[in-house]
Write a protein that binds this ligand. Structure first.
Ligand SMILES: Nc1ncnc2c1ncn2[C@@H]1O[C@H](COP(=O)(O)OP(=O)(O)OP(=O)(O)O)[C@@H](O)[C@H]1O
Ligand SMILES: [Mg+2]
Length: 461
């Protein structure tokens, strides 16, 4: 529907308008009787059986897009209304943003819509949709709903035409969705990955190659990938020890694709609450997208170890295998316990067919060179005593399977040792002057290794 075709105005000015505004402002829901009276008067019907309600559901993730759609509808109404007798009371907005507190309160307004050069009377209502028995906790812990339903009430004979009102909402949700290209949670909150990039992470060079070719190229150089007729990969698993940089790598990816691909981070609890349907639905709507699932073993447990194939696993396999329905969605998953993840998720092309293994006891990939690189990154802004280098420090811990997080902890602890040496009460002596010595690191190593007790590593402490 083109902009010219569309024009809306609130037609029941006079006595009705303040009541509408009251509801737009969310000041207490209308009771059923009031609501029905409004509906009838807007639609110009004697009783509600002369009217039809058509509704569509949208994931609550898109509340901002829907809010913009409702604003477009109400603002257009306002524009026409201004020229008429009744001015809206001062300070009273004609629309209410779904981002506001009380966002999911009912929003209702009526109007005379000019659609495809015809006039249609309709009432548009937006409200949380709660299928029986399913309540969802929002990110703020408030009881919310997983969907928003948009209803259009209209006279029976105008039903077909009035359906095109949904096009306004659809345009905002599917084409102009403000979340596309952003890094978000499943609830549509924007996340800031921070200013992280390749030089903030130490990884074997082939990790970067795999990420670039499989995730970044299809997003950033799509045409080349298509021109070369490459099969677009579907999934990548980041597996291994805690504190090895899996989350950090995901942040770098999300920053690299910003503006070009939506990055959706989902926790197992999100999937359990909302279901795969919901997740793939929003991921497809916001395509191209990367769906990042941390701790995927919770969702796809190994059936040999746990007996049964869970319905969740069957569902996700269906999605991964479906080509049309799947859309341009890349699945990035992570786990600390790869042996707990069901093989069916991993064992064939088209599913999560690539893996990067972060294993601190693998001396080839995470040996002394890698440790040195981690030191270099985390020693930025620190001063080392003359003669002491990251290489030297990496050799000091050569035989212990430190993770990246442990090396960070080692530097932190060495700094504490240095502060203790200099005296904690003299900030002037510490300001930019703190020098870390070999002895500081030696003491720190002893302290940290009491907490580094990993498979393949020496028993310490
Ligand atoms: N490879 C690395 N290069 C640089 N810093 C690292 C690396 N690995 C870990 N770190 C440091 O440790 C922090 C924690 O790492 P991160 O959260 O990415 O680990 P993870 O592998 O996701 O762990 P988990 O499995 O517990 O989620 C990082 O923010 C970073 O400061
Ligand atoms: Mg992590």
């Amino acid at each position: 529907m083109s902009g010219e075709d569309f024009e809306a105005r609130i037609f029941a000015a006079g006595g009705e308008l303040p009541e509408v505004l009251k509801n737009l402002l969310g000041s207490g829901g209308m009771n059923r009787e009031e609501r029905n009276r409004l509906l009838k008067s807007y639609l110009g019907v004697r009783n509600l059986s002369g009217s039809v309600r058509t509704y569509r559901r949208y994931p609550v993730t898109f509340s901002r897009a829907i809010s913009l759609a409702l604003e477009e509808l109400t603002q257009k109404a306002e524009k026409v209304e201004r020229g008429r007798a009744e001015e809206p009371p001062e300070g009273a907005p004609l629309s209410v943003s779904l981002d506001d507190p009380g966002a999911l309160e009912e929003v209702i307004f009526g109007g005379e819509f000019r659609l495809q050069k015809k006039k249609v009377r309709a009432v548009v209502e937006s409200s949380p949709f709660q299928p029986q028995g399913l309540m969802v906790l929002g990110p703020d812990g408030n009881l919310g709903s997983d969907h928003i339903s948009i209803s259009v009430y209209t006279r029976k004979e105008e039903q077909e035409l009035a359906q095109s009102l949904f096009e306004v909402v659809n345009t905002h949700v599917y084409e102009k969705n403000p979340l596309r290209g952003k890094a978000i949670s499943v609830y549509g909150e924007e996340m800031d990955p921070g200013k992280v990039d390749w030089d903030d992470i130490a990884i074997p060079p082939y990790f970067q190659t795999e990420v670039e070719e499989n995730i970044l190229w299809p997003v950033l150089h799509r045409e080349s990938v298509e021109a070369a007729k490459l099969r677009v990969p579907r999934g990548l698993m980041l597996e291994g020890e805690r504190g090895m940089g899996k989350t950090l790598l995901s942040r770098i990816i999300s920053r690299r694709v910003a503006g070009k691909s939506t990055f959706i981070k989902a926790k197992p609890s999100d999937v359990q609450r909302l279901g795969w349907d919901y997740l793939f639905d929003i991921a497809r709507t916001l395509e191209p997208s990367i769906l990042y699932l941390e701790d995927i073993e919770a969702l796809a447990p190994n059936k040999e170890k746990f007996g049964l194939t869970t319905p969740a696993l069957t569902d996700v396999l269906d999605y991964l295998d479906g080509t049309e329905a799947r859309g341009n969605v890349f699945l990035l998953a992570s786990t600390n316990v790869p042996e707990m993840v069901d093989f069916s998720l991993l064992d064939r092309p088209g599913r999560i067919d690539r893996r990067l293994v972060f294993d601190p006891s693998n001396k080839k990939d995470f040996g002394v060179e890698w440790k040195q690189a981690v030191f270099e990154i985390h020693l930025r802004g620190h001063k080392l005593a003359p003669g002491l280098t990251p290489t030297h420090l990496a050799r000091m811990i050569e035989d212990v399977p430190y993770t990246g997080a442990h090396i960070e902890e080692l530097i932190h602890t060495a700094s504490l040792e240095a502060i203790r040496r200099e005296g904690v009460k003299d900030p002037q002596a510490l300001k930019g002057k703190l020098v870390l010595t070999e002895e500081d690191f030696r003491r720190a190593k002893e302290r940290v290794e009491r907490i580094v007790r990993r498979k393949g590593g020496p028993e310490v402490g």
